[in-house]
Design a protein around this ligand. Structure first.
Ligand SMILES: Nc1ncnc2c1ncn2[C@@H]1O[C@H](COP(=O)(O)OP(=O)(O)OP(=O)(O)O)[C@@H](O)[C@H]1O
Ligand SMILES: [Mg+2]
Length: 260
């Protein structure tokens, strides 16, 4: 039996007159690699922002393993097991790679500052466990040697890999990746694709991936959803999506609009 990990029902998001998402309903299944494609401004990042608690949709329901999460705080959603990376790398340039990955563990740590002062030993143990987790994830992706390097000294592609490690350090069961290979060289794309497949196959994570790189989407996704003007146009396997006339129209339509 397939388990539904994430379920969106009739999700609608408005920004003063702009409808970013228009009644989107989707089910994402345990263990799948799910792609989200669509022209610029289609609402793809908005959808991630709704699922991860950055935006609160005016209408609809978002469930994680059957529990409503619409409107919950981003750190709570992260602590439930939904990790994400952002379209634009958001790291601090002077922070080391290890510290950047450690940031990912924060939502897992239960000892706040006050509790940390009262029960120092407990907080110290959590800190040690977080460090071990961060180092393990970096090693797994071959980035262990860069642990003390400052983020600002790394090429963009490697920064994106560290962001992936940061998301993984919180031990999510669902990973939302917003354009993980944008702006990467061919080699960087290959190693990022390997890392994503590792997360999916070796760690067993459900991966939801927004991407403009159609080669990557077609290659690694089990199913693909197409958004256009905030509406869900189609969901299907890569071959179904590649042959769908509405999908071609959405892309050709936006290409014509761009060249007009
Ligand atoms: N914080 C916001 N305030 C106002 N409008 C927003 C906000 N976030 C998104 N939008 C609008 O919602 C629509 C969808 O934007 P979104 O960023 O979700 O698109 P996208 O599909 O991720 O595009 P791209 O491929 O360019 O990243 C756009 O019209 C955008 O201007
Ligand atoms: Mg986007």
């Amino acid at each position: 039996m397939t388990t539904t990990v994430l379920e969106l029902e009739d999700v609608t998001l408005n920004f003063s007159g702009v409808r970013s998402l228009d009644g989107v309903s989707l089910e994402i299944r345990e263990g799948e690699t799910f792609g989200i494609i669509g022209p610029n401004g289609a609402g793809k990042s908005s959808l991630f922002n709704c699922v991860s608690g950055v935006y609160r949709p005016q209408q609809g329901s978002i469930r994680h393993r059957g529990q409503e999460i619409r409107g919950a705080r981003p750190d709570r959603i992260n602590a439930r097991g939904i990790g994400r990376t952002f379209q634009n790398v958001e790291s601090f340039p002077t922070m080391t790679v290890l510290d950047s990955v450690l940031l990912g563990c924060i939502s897992k740590q239960r000892a706040g500052v006050l509790r940390g002062m009262l029960w120092y030993g407990w907080a110290a143990r959590e800190e040690r466990e977080s460090r071990a987790k961060a180092e393990e994830v970096l090693e797994m992706f071959g980035l262990g040697a860069l642990r003390d390097t400052r983020m600002g000294e790394l090429p963009g592609g490697t920064q994106r890999q560290v962001e992936l490690c940061r998301a993984l350090a919180a031990e999510p069961d669902v990973l939302l990746l917003d354009e993980p290979v944008a702006g990467m060289t061919h080699d960087e794309v290959e190693s990022m694709v390997d890392a994503i497949l590792d997360a999916n196959e070796r760690l067993g994570l459900t991966v939801v991936l927004i991407e403009h790189n159609m080669g990557v989407v077609m290659d690694i996704c089990d199913r693909i959803a197409v958004l256009d003007f905030g509406r869900l146009v189609a969901v299907g396997t890569p071959s179904e999506i590649g042959a769908n006339p509405e999908v071609l129209a959405a892309y050709l339509g936006s290409a014509q609009a761009d060249s007009a």
